[in-house]
Design a protein around this ligand. Sequence first.
Ligand code: GLC
Length: 534
Amino acid sequence: MTDSAQDGEWWQREAIYEVYPRSFLDTDGDGVGDLTGIRRKLDYLQWLGVGAIWLTPVFRSPMRDFGYDIADYREVDPAFGSLDDLDQLLAEAHARDIKVILDFVPNHTSDQHPWFRASRSSRNNAKRDWYIWRPPGSDGGPPSNWLSILGTSAWQLDPATGEYYYHAFLPEQPDLNWRNPEVRAAMLDVMRFWLDRGFDGFRVDVIWHLIKDEQFRDNPVNPAYIEGMAADQRLSPVFSTDRPEVHDVVVEWRTLIDGYPGAVLIGEAYLPVERLVAYYGDETRREVHLPFNFQMFWAEWSAPAIAQLVESYEGTLNHAAWPNWVLGNHDQPRIGSRLGSERARLAAFLLLTLRGTPTIYYGDELGMTDVPVPPEQVQDTFGQRVLGLGRDPARTPMQWSAEPNAGFTTGTPWLPVPPDAATRNAAALTEDARSILWLHKRLLSLRRDEPALSMGSFVSMGAQDGVFSFLRQDGESTFLVMLNFDSTSTSAVAPLEGELEIALSSHLDREGERCRQGIPIGPFEALLLRPLRR
Ligand code: GLC
């Protein structure tokens, strides 16, 4: 490794791997994954070459939203293990140079959290104002027209006290009142608790939801709404989300985090890029290190569209803002299903060669696809309550081996394992040096060895004949990335003079090949090339 590879923070150089603990590895036979399971698979993650794991919430929870409804921010849910197990996971991850990022869910708690139980117990309770309580509107109905994720009113009447509470998600997930200083202090304590134990930072849940309009004004109708869109899209959530005051809260967190060198703050926000980048803050008021960039979830998968997307994102960031890219997560259909297996390789190549921190969703390195879940087996409350909102298909057990239940459990898995797990599994793909798993491993290892591919600059060469090309550069070292988004072979014009060598192809079968102008590139093939010195 050269000196410049040491530049930058770990969260800039390394890839983040999202673990959905329920589905990673079950070691006690209850069909649900656990912390011991994650610990046992650290060698695999180290072999793969990721620098950090982000665990979706493992805290005490009634599991109405599988951990995103927290009843105790400082306790591990028994379904996953104990606090000791979590500490042990951290220690063993650190021993392998793998960071551990926890999920911080500040917007709402479970309705079973003692804070909410107290809050709802009476209008005079000291915790009443910790949540968002409002009297009925002038018509006796909900206080505003705001909609929850389910597409119905986000206000739930509490008959005992005659007021409504606000919930952006399930009624079992009441929103905290972030205008209340006690709430802010209590949640800073929660962050401190985990940072003091040595965790490496947080992925912050629904960061843009935190603060709501002080006057609770009605949201306007969404002019872009068309039949078939999710029901909550009928309104534009301008008064219920992304309020200017949210940035003050994020600045407070960042100030705390900055007291823990190396700790990272990642924000989840589904927002247009120009509003998303505001969550970086600026030089005097820093906010999150990485506001998750989800644009690839909905991108048109063509060379011009992706080139345009990447160029405009890069162009929107100021020099201090570090880019990041996300291809999949536990809320979206899997990349393998969105694009199919050939394009999934191309997508991995893109993710791991662009400038910016990549996030890999567990199983995507195997090319796992969405697994159909029959209606009577739906586990996700969103899907149980509203047809089409279920996220189970992308959360099925990690496919470890050809053993029963893909080696995930000796019991009955909480979600089905698909038939293709017999061949599409980590054990089998480890043995296949041209697999998508090896493609991930090779790309991750190149990123570590070549500063140009991690901290290096990015220069787009645009899209031509279905091929998107860009340069990555650091000092003397230059790489050219060419990605063919089309299903036909082509001969691509390299924007570099002289002879080039293929450092990696997405099919893992052309390394060392030399070429000049007119580089043959196969259907959905991606190439990493470097100029040969004369
Ligand atoms: C985030 C999580 C999602 C959860 C929601 C409410 O979007 O990723 O899984 O349901 O927040 O906490």
